[in-house]
Design a protein around this ligand. Structure first.
Ligand SMILES: Nc1ncnc2c1ncn2[C@@H]1O[C@H](COP(=O)(O)OP(=O)(O)OP(=O)(O)O)[C@@H](O)[C@H]1O
Ligand SMILES: [Mg+2]
Length: 208
């Protein structure tokens, strides 16, 4: 069966419905697909926590996969910079990729600053009920700047980087994230375990 596509520039593009649906994939994997959308300032801990959660899930044989900011900017989004429009397009494409992965049955962990609430909500709108889990990595700017794992704050303060989130570009904190992590006085294992606990409590991991 085919249905007409909307929102595409190309004419005569149709969507091909496959022979395997979501329920069959869920049964094959033993867990549901979902998107864990980590958001927070640079240095807040998105990548560190997402990769720890990925390892914990893989050890339980859950099909988990991290989509990480810099890596995507090296490839898929190498044509995009950091203006508001380019940040919006960056998140739009990642949202579409995350949706495809989740549809395939994966637990996707995306680790992008994603500073605009509207862009994150758009991605939420691409996914089904309960499939989008917003994880707010809530680390105060002073602590992110003190950590400065990539030396970016130092460069931004020296005027070598502009449009830097938290300094001269805005960060819109989530208003009602599914998971709210404060990392300042906690270990990576502690906060990663909270994320896994959320997935267990919301029946995303099934028997895995
Ligand atoms: N509880 C914690 N959770 C996460 N990271 C922590 C925690 N405590 C300390 N850290 C440290 O904070 C730093 C977080 O850096 P990380 O690269 O994960 O940030 P990020 O949010 O991915 O930043 P960016 O947006 O620039 O990619 C790491 O050096 C990590 O070891
Ligand atoms: Mg990162």
């Amino acid at each position: 069966m085919v249905t007409a596509m909307t929102g595409s520039k190309a004419d005569n593009v149709t969507w091909h419905i496959g022979e395997v649906d979501r329920d069959v994939r869920t049964a094959a994997h033993g867990h549901r697909g979902a998107v864990l959308w980590f958001t927070g300032l640079s240095g807040s801990g998105k990548s560190t926590i997402a990769h720890r959660v990925e390892r914990m899930l893989i050890e339980r044989r859950v099909f988990a996969y991290v989509l990480d900011g810099d890596n995507i900017r090296h490839g898929l989004n190498r044509d995009l910079g950091f203006s508001p429009e380019e940040r919006e397009e960056n998140i739009r494409r990642i949202g579409e990729v995350a949706r495809l992965f989740a549809d395939s049955g994966a637990v996707v962990l995306s680790a992008f600053i994603s500073p605009y609430r509207r862009d994150r909500d758009r991605v939420r709108g691409l996914l089904g009920e309960g499939e989008f889990v917003e994880v707010f990595v809530d680390t105060p700017l002073e602590i992110c700047e003190a950590r400065d794992p990539k030396g970016l704050y130092k460069k931004a303060r020296a005027g070598e980087i502009s449009n830097f989130t938290g300094l001269d570009a805005p960060y819109e904190a989530p208003e009602a994230p599914e998971v709210h992590l404060e990392t300042a006085d906690r270990s990576v294992d502690e906060v990663a375990a909270r994320v896994v606990g959320y997935l267990e409590a919301h029946d995303i991991l099934g028997d895995s």
